[in-house]
Every structure is written in C-alpha cells, then in structure tokens.
Design a binder for this molecule. Structure first.
Ligand code: PEP
Ligand code: MN
Length: 335
C-alpha cells in the first residue's frame, strides 16, 4: 500500500494512481481524515515500488504480505460500521437478523416478520432462491417471495436480506432487498461475488463449511476489489468430523469470530441455526457467539416451525428469539 503525505495534493494522488494503472493493476483509494492510502489490486510483479516511493507526495510504501490485504486490519485499523436504514452494524450494539429459512407465502412472511420485530430483531431474512441438495425439494418462491419479503420489511420497518444463488438473479434480488447474501455453497464463486459487489449494497458473505479463514477472507477480498467494503462476514459452521454429525448438522467454529475480528475491520456475525441444525442449541450457541465478540447473529425463525417447508428442525419461535435477544444484549453490556 502507498501512504500519501498528509498534505498530498489531488494531483499527486492522481499521479500515483495513474502510474499503478499503467502497470495493469487497479487501485483501492481510502481517503481518511488525515491521509490517503492507496491499495494495489492485482499482480504486483511488474510494479517498481522504489519508483512509487520516490513520487512527490508519497510518504511511504508499505508492503502488505497478506493475500487478503484489502480486508485486513493492517490496511484499515478502524472497524467498519455499516448502516442499513436505521440499523447500525458493527457499531457496538449486537444486531439480530431473523426470519424464516424460506419465504413460503405472504401470510407466513408477514406473521413471522411481525413476531420477529416484536421480539427485538433488527433485520428481516427469508430465502427466495433456496440452495437445496435435492431438485425434488422446495426451491423457494423466487420473485413472488421477494415481493412478500419487501412488503413485510416495509410494513415493520426492517431492512431485508436474502440469498442470491446465481449470477442471473443479482439484479432482480437487488431491486427488492437491502442486503445481499452469498450462501456458504457460493463462497468460492468469484463471478457471483463480483456481480453482487457491483450492486453497491451491503453483502453478507457466509463461510463455506470446508473453508479455512484465509480462504474466507481471500474471497471477501473479491468484493472489496470491486469497490464495496460493506461486507458482513458470517460464520455458519463447518462439516463435522467423525461422529460429530450424529449430534449437530455442522460444527459452529466460534474461534473464527475473534480471529476474524482481529484479522479484518469487517463486522462478523454467527449463524447458530445452520451452525447446529438443532433448535435446542440455538440459544446456547447464540450466547456463546456474542460472548466471543460477534457483532450480530442470523437466526432462523418461523411462526409455525413444525409446518415449515425447509429447515424445520432448527427454526425457533418468537418467544425464544426474544429470550435470546434479551440475554445477548445483556452479555454485550457486561463485556
Ligand atoms: C441460509 O442462510 O438460508 C442458508 C442456506 O445458509 P447457508 O448458506 O449457511 O447454508
Ligand atoms: Mn435454512
């Protein structure tokens, strides 16, 4: 990264940017209150850092060794705060995303939204394009579902989030919701990440169930490289090893929460619903995630979980959600 002098002129900054662009790279320019930092995006092999260091207005050239430099705390020491409507993500207060696994109909969406709102949830979720292991399972209501989600969000004054499963859906989904979700299965899909990043809306990126932390951050880097730093990282569990899966659907890696907070400036969420697959474990793992430093939780809720078309066994009802939110707020205050 290139750190400019405090009093560097726009012309000097432009000269540095032009030189980097001439080498076939792209740039990420952060204009802070006191100084401008220019991050390089791309293969740096052909770049002469000595030459850049000698340009007027350049204070210093600092190599960032990490593969995910644009999302690293080294690059941006201050935590990112993301504002969506009235909701502040990463600002200290825990944020709760709640709603059904899948949007199943207008009534179900409105009722679940009303209950989630009164339980204290801040953001409304609901899947319209569901990633399913079987083609014979319920796939989601698609655009019809997006309409119900948007209606419910508006009615109860809650920003909305839904998963974008494929590139062909990006523009459609972005018309209806405030935050775009990349599911665990798509964490590695560079083309989808780039297309979603370009919508200019916050992106919630789920960690793939087999991905290491470095890989997770390297794929978040693709979003920032498109000029979008409004990323929420979400830990949602890894594939359990050995006999683990007899007890939980995935293994929620809560050590990832403080590691990610240390490595990056991005807000970190946890999803105890998919992370355990069991409604009785959602509350203890929610408490643990907030205690580990998570900025928020994504919890699947349903007005009638027994009848749900998808992930019925892990969805909770609003009374339990309220209990979780209340206790998590207390835990955060103690911390
Ligand atoms: C979801 O949140 O709806 C979902 C499918 O989660 P994941 O991508 O973590 O499996
Ligand atoms: Mn689900």
């Amino acid at each position: 990264m290139i750190i400019m002098e405090r009093n560097a002129t726009d012309e000097q900054i432009k000269r540095v940017i032009d030189e980097i662009l001439r080498c076939g790279l792209r740039v990420d320019v952060s204009r802070g209150e006191f100084r401008t930092i220019i991050g390089l995006i791309g293969d740096e092999k052909g770049v002469s850092f000595d030459h850049l260091a000698g340009l007027p207005g350049v204070k210093e050239v600092q190599p960032v060794e990490s593969k995910y430099k644009l999302v690293s705390r080294e690059y941006h020491p201050d935590s990112r705060i993301i504002k969506v409507g009235d909701v502040v993500i990463g600002g200290g207060e825990p944020v709760f995303i709640a709603g059904p696994c899948a949007i199943e109909g207008r009534e179900q969406m409105l009722k679940t939204a009303e209950e989630a709102k009164s339980a204290g949830a801040n953001i409304l979720r609901g899947g319209a394009f569901k990633p399913r292991s079987s083609v014979h399972s319920f796939q989601g209501l698609q655009e019809e579902g997006l309409k119900y989600l948007a209606e419910a969000g508006e009615k109860f004054n809650m920003p909305t989030i839904t998963e974008v499963r494929g590139e062909g859906q990006v523009e459609l989904v972005a018309q209806y919701v405030d935050i775009l979700q990349i599911g665990a299965r798509n964490m590695y899909n560079q083309d989808l990440l780039e297309a979603v990043a370009k919508m200019g809306k916050p992106v919630l990126l789920k960690r793939n169930f087999g991905a290491g932390i470095e890989e997770f951050l390297c794929f978040a880097e693709y979003i920032v490289a498109q000029g979008n730093k409004d990323i929420i990282l979400c830990e949602r569990g890894l594939v359990p090893i050995g006999k683990g899966k007899e007890y939980t659907r995935y293994m929620l890696d809560l050590s990832a929460v403080p590691v990610l907070k240390k490595e990056t400036y991005l807000p970190v969420f946890a999803d105890p619903s998919h992370g355990t697959g069991r409604r009785d474990l959602v509350e203890p793992m929610s408490r643990a995630a907030i205690a580990a430093g998570a900025d928020g939780l994504m919890i699947e809720t349903h007005c009638n979980p027994q009848e749900a078309l998808c992930d019925s066994q892990q969805m909770i009802m609003a009374d339990e959600l309220k209990r979780i939110i209340d206790v998590c707020i207390k835990i955060r205050k103690i911390m």
